[in-house]
Design a protein around this ligand. Structure first.
Ligand code: FAS
Ligand code: PHB
Length: 389
């Protein structure tokens, strides 16, 4: 079997890359470890930067996103019992769109199937061979059979536990990591969102976030201990804790109900350099992880896709390798800015076990400066809606 690009991973990164390449007549085969249903069962990101929206439009899969997505002109920050608003549209001229990653992935799978592009599900033991040559290939097992695909390029879109990053020798790979001493307990509930915009809350009991998926599907998070398990939290305990972390007028209007999903995600900052090794390119979570505070995980995967897609397009259409040669440098320049914003915003809103009284005063001063200073609000807004590609 031969193709032009093998894409390892059928999450949003791999599918978006595959769809963009297909639209330019560049053939790609997607290898996915799980089933489509399993991939679509993951509840993850919820906020799309305008850059990702633009890529979905370029991929021809933005119809449902524009129909069902919520355009948000700003967000609310709550601290010390008060709440203030940051107006993205007034400060940057652009909004964000709230539309679940699950739906992004569903739209991409539907589009891929509609054009008959090849996706191999439930693959196992994927291995990358001769990535440093100009004739790389990938082997994998499927239904007990050993298979091989020869290709020109390999896109490692297989997330933080995939095989691609591990295929780059440790003599070449540099890794940077920060772990956070807490996680996020997230729930979904068939209840109306508590506000028409997101509310990020810093409270003495810890961080909380009020988000949504549609007019009757809400997404809430509270900071929790790393030793917690979802089954440790009854619905009643979750709702009570969330209310205690929100300003009174918000807590009083919060509509609670049975949760339909409850999970805990640890928070991590992680970057691998370089994001290219020979004919292998890392993309999305395969190369970097951010704490979800700044809603940058999915959106930074999108900017990687933008750089890699245009580099491959340039190679095949113009016989020019400038784009793929500069992929890692360009992608990492934006990755590190997303890492910084996510790290800074996490520091602003969470309670850390080792925070001194002075640290708390610095956090309060940072929040007050964001509340009162338009230049700081503009810097926040430019990062949140998405820095330019
Ligand atoms: P993904 O991990 O989504 O996809 C990788 C795919 O590769 C998976 O389908 C996997 O099955 C497959 N795969 C792995 N190994 C393979 C192999 N060897 N062979 C073949 N296939 C293989 N981001 C936000 O912006 N906001 C959030 O609230 C948020 N919450 C998150 C919660 C959790 C629990 C996690 C893990 C991440 C969260 N993220 C969030 C980040 C998340 O949205 C990622 O940024 C996004 O999924 C990145 O997409 P991909 O790079 O495609 O990686
Ligand atoms: C979500 O809706 O899941 C969400 C929104 C914003 C974030 C993180 C998660 O920063």
């Amino acid at each position: 079997m031969r193709t032009q690009v093998v894409i390892i991973g059928g999450g949003p990164s791999g599918l978006l890359l595959g769809q963009l390449l297909h639209r330019r007549g560049i053939e790609a085969v997607v290898l996915e470890r799980k089933t489509r249903e399993y991939v679509l069962g993951r509840i993850r990101a919820g906020v799309l930067e305008t850059g990702l929206v633009g890529l979905m439009e370029e991929a021809g899969v933005a119809e449902r996103l524009h129909r069902d997505g919520f355009v948000h002109d700003g967000t609310r920050i709550a601290a010390g019992g008060e709440m203030f608003h940051i107006d993205f549209r007034a400060l940057t001229g652009t909004p964000v769109i709230v539309y679940g990653q699950t739906e992004v992935t569903r739209d991409l799978y539907d589009a891929r199937e509609a054009v008959g592009a090849r996706t191999e599900f439930e693959v196992d033991h994927v291995l990358i061979h001769d990535a440093e040559s100009d004739r790389p290939y990938v082997t994998f097992e499927q239904n007990g059979q050993q298979k091989r695909i020869d290709c020109d390029f390999i896109a490692g879109c297989d997330g933080s536990h995939g095989v691609s990053r591990q295929s780059i020798p440790l003599t070449i790979r540099r890794e940077y990591e920060k772990t956070y001493p807490f996680g996020w307990l997230g729930v979904l509930s068939h209840t109306p969102p508590v506000d028409d915009e997101l509310i990020y809350a810093n409270s003495e009991r810890g961080f909380a976030l009020c988000s949504m998926r549609n007019r009757n599907l809400s997404r809430y998070y509270v900071q929790c201990a790393l030793s917690d398990h979802p089954e440790d939290w009854t619905d009643a305990a979750f709702w009570q804790e969330l209310k205690r972390r929100l300003p009174r007028e918000v807590a009083e209007r919060l509509v609670t109900g049975p949760t339909i999903e409850k999970s805990i995600a640890p928070l991590r900052s992680f970057v691998t350099e370089p994001m290219r090794w020979g004919r292998l390119f890392l993309c999305g979570d395969a190369a970097h992880i951010v704490p979800p505070t700044g809603a940058k995980g999915l959106n930074t995967a999108a900017s990687d896709v933008h750089y890699l897609y245009n580099g491959l397009r340039q190679y095949y259409e113009e016989a020019d390798s400038e784009g793929i040669d500069r992929y890692s440098e360009r992608a990492l320049a934006r990755v590190w800015k997303a890492e910084r914003f996510s790290w800074w915003f996490s520091g602003l809103l969470h309670r850390y076990p080792d925070q001194s009284p002075f640290d708390l005063k610095m956090q309060q001063a940072d929040l007050a400066f964001l509340r009162d200073n338009q230049a700081q609000q503009r810097a926040f807004a430019e990062n949140y809606v998405g820095l330019p590609y």
